[in-house]
Design a protein around this ligand. Structure first.
Ligand code: AMP
Ligand code: GLY
Length: 422
C-alpha cells in the first residue's frame, strides 16, 4: 500500500511513526511534512489547498490511501473532490465530506446538529450583523461569563470568554466588524459550562466506530493554565476521572447519538471525530467537534494504540471497522511541547536544534522543524513534542521532562506543570 499523509505537525509525525510500523505499507509520502517525517518517508512539497497538485501526485505515484491530518483540506472539500473524479475513484481516503467537516468548520452547524440529535451541549443562539439586537437581547438574558464564538475556522483563536456584559457587547460588534475576518460573520453565543475539560476520540467508517484513548491537553501558554491560548502545550492519556461510568455516559449520550445523527442526516463521513467535552459533576457536555485528531493529543493517544494503525485506517475506508478490536497499552503517555520564544504571538524561525536524543525510551515528535543541509532548524511556533510511557502520570512526565530539558535551541520554552491538575 502506498500512502500519502497530508500535514506537517506533530500529529502527522505521530501518524507517520505508527504507519511505518505496518507490514501493509509499501511507501509513505508526507505533504509537506517536517524534519521528523523526512526520516520515516518521503516529504513532498505540495500545498494542501492545491487539490490539482495532490491529484497529480496521487496518480503519478500510485497512491492507494490518502490520510488527511488537518481540518482545512476537509472543510475545503477534498473528499468530495476525490469522489467526483473518476481517475481517483479507487483511492481510499480518510476524512469526512465537506458537509461532515462543517461539524468543525461551522460552530452554528455543529450546534444545530447537537440540538437536533439531542446531544448535551451549552444553550446557545446564532446571530449575524443583521440580528445584532437579538444577539444583545440574548446576552442580556444569560449570566456571565459570556462565551462568543466566531462561526468559521479561526485557528483556535475565535472563542472569547468575557465576564463583563458591556465588554461582551463591544466584542460582539468587533466580531461582526471583522475581528476574525469572515469567520465572524456569524457568531454563536453560548452559556458558560463550568467543569473540567477532556478530549475523547473515535475512529469511524460512517456506521460503526471504535473509541480511542481519551486525553487532556493544556491549551494556555502559561503555567497554571494562564495566558494566551495556544495549539496545545502538552497532553496526558489516560485521564483518571474518565472512568468506566463516565465513559459509558459519553458513549451513550454523545458518541452513539452523533453517529446516529450522521447516518440519519446522510452525511458521508469517515475518519476521526474529536469530541471536546466538559465534565460537569460527572456529566459530559460537548464544547466542540473536530473532524480530525488533536495535536498534541495524537502524541499521547496514538502511541497507546497497539493495533496495526494502517490496517485500522484501511478498514475505515473499506467500511468494515466493526471487524476490528482496539488493543490498548494500559500505560500512561505524556507529552511536553517545546515552543519558540514569543509563541503564540510573533516568534523567530531558523534556530539550530541540537541534542535531539531520545533518552529513556522517550519519543520525539517533530512539528515546526525543517532540514537545512545537515542541521535541523526550528520552523514554527510549536517545534517538537516529547512523549514518554510510564506506569503512572508522574513517571511518564519525569521521562518527558528529562528529554525535553536536554534538547537545545535558542528561545526554547515549555510548560513545567503539564498534568498538574490530575
Ligand atoms: P472551542 O474552540 O469551541 O473548543 O473553544 C475553545 C475553548 O474555549 C475550549 O477549549 C474551552 O476551554 C472554552 N470554551 C468554549 N466553549 C465554552 C463554554 N460554553 N463554556 C466554557 N468554556 C468554553
Ligand atoms: N489540541 C487541540 C486541537 O488539536 O484542536
Amino acid at each position: 500500500m502506498n500512502v500519502l499523509l497530508l500535514g506537517s505537525g506533530g500529529r502527522e509525525h505521530t501518524m507517520a511513526w505508527k504507519i511505518v510500523k505496518s507490514s501493509k505499507l509499501n511507501k509513505l509520502y508526507i505533504a509537506p511534512g517536517n524534519a521528523g517525517t523526512a526520516k520515516l518517508g518521503q516529504n513532498v512539497d505540495i500545498s494542501l489547498t492545491n487539490f490539482e497538485e495532490i491529484k497529480k501526485f496521487v496518480i503519478n505515484n500510485s497512491i492507494n490511501l490518502l490520510v488527511v491530518g488537518p481540518e482545512a483540506p476537509l472543510v475545503d472539500g477534498i473528499r468530495d473532490y476525490f469522489i467526483a473524479d473518476k481517475l481517483l475513484s479507487d483511492v481510499k481516503l480518510i476524512g469526512p465530506s465537506k458537509i461532515g467537516a462543517l461539524l468543525e468548520g461551522s460552530k452554528s452547524f455543529a450546534k444545530e446538529f447537537m440540538i437536533k440529535h439531542n446531544i448535551p451541549t451549552a444553550n446557545y443562539g446564532s446571530f449575524t450583523k443583521e440580528s445584532l439586537n437579538e444577539a444583545i437581547n440574548f446576552l442580556n438574558k444569560i449570566s456571565p461569563p459570556y462565551v462568543l464564538k466566531a462561526d468559521g475556522l479561526a485557528a483556535g483563536k475565535g472563542v472569547l470568554i468575557i465576564d463583563n456584559i458591556e465588554q461582551a457587547k463591544q466584542s460582539l460588534i468587533e466580531m461582526f466588524d471583522g475581528k476574525f475576518g469572515s469567520a465572524g460573520n456569524t457568531v454563536v453565543i453560548e452559556e458558560f459550562l463550568d467543569g473540567i475539560e477532556l478530549s475523547v476520540f473515535i475512529l469511524t467508517d460512517g456506521s460503526s466506530y471504535k473509541i480511542l484513548p481519551e486525553a487532556k491537553d493544556y491549551k494556555r501558554i502559561g503555567e497554571g493554565d494562564t495566558g494566551l491560548n495556544t495549539g496545545g502545550m502538552g497532553a496526558v492519556s489516560p485521564i483518571p476521572f474518565a472512568d468506566e461510568p463516565f465513559m459509558k455516559k459519553v458513549e451513550d449520550r454523545i458518541i452513539k447519538p452523533t453517529i446516529a445523527g450522521i447516518i440519519k442526516d446522510k452525511i458521508d463521513y469517515n475518519g476521526f471525530i474529536f469530541f471536546g467535552l466538559m465534565n460537569i459533576e460527572g456529566n459530559p457536555f460537548v464544547i466542540e467537534y473536530n473532524v480530525r485528531m488533536g495535536d498534541p493529543e495524537s502524541q499521547v493517544v496514538i502511541p497507546r494504540i497497539k493495533n496495526d494503525f494502517l490496517e485500522l485506517l484501511i478498514s475505515v475506508a473499506d467500511k468494515n471497522l466493526n471487524t476490528k478490536t482496539i488493543e490498548l497499552d494500559e500505560r500512561t503517555v505524556t507529552t511536553i511541547v517545546l515552543v519558540s520564544k514569543g509563541y503564540p504571538e510573533n516568534y523567530e524561525k531558523g534556530k539550530v536544534i541540537s541534542n535531539i536524543s531520545e533518552k529513556n525510551n522517550t519519543i520525539i515528535f517533530h512539528a515546526g522543524t525543517k532540514i537545512d543541509n545537515d542541521s535541523i532548524l526550528t520552523n514554527g511556533g510549536r517545534v517538537m513534542a516529547v512523549s514518554a510511557f510510564g506506569k503512572n502520570i508522574e513517571s511518564a512526565l519525569n521521562k518527558s521532562y528529562e528529554t525535553a530539558k536536554n534538547i537545545k535551541f535558542e528561545g526554547k520554552f515549555f510548560r513545567k506543570d503539564i498534568g498538574f491538575d490530575l
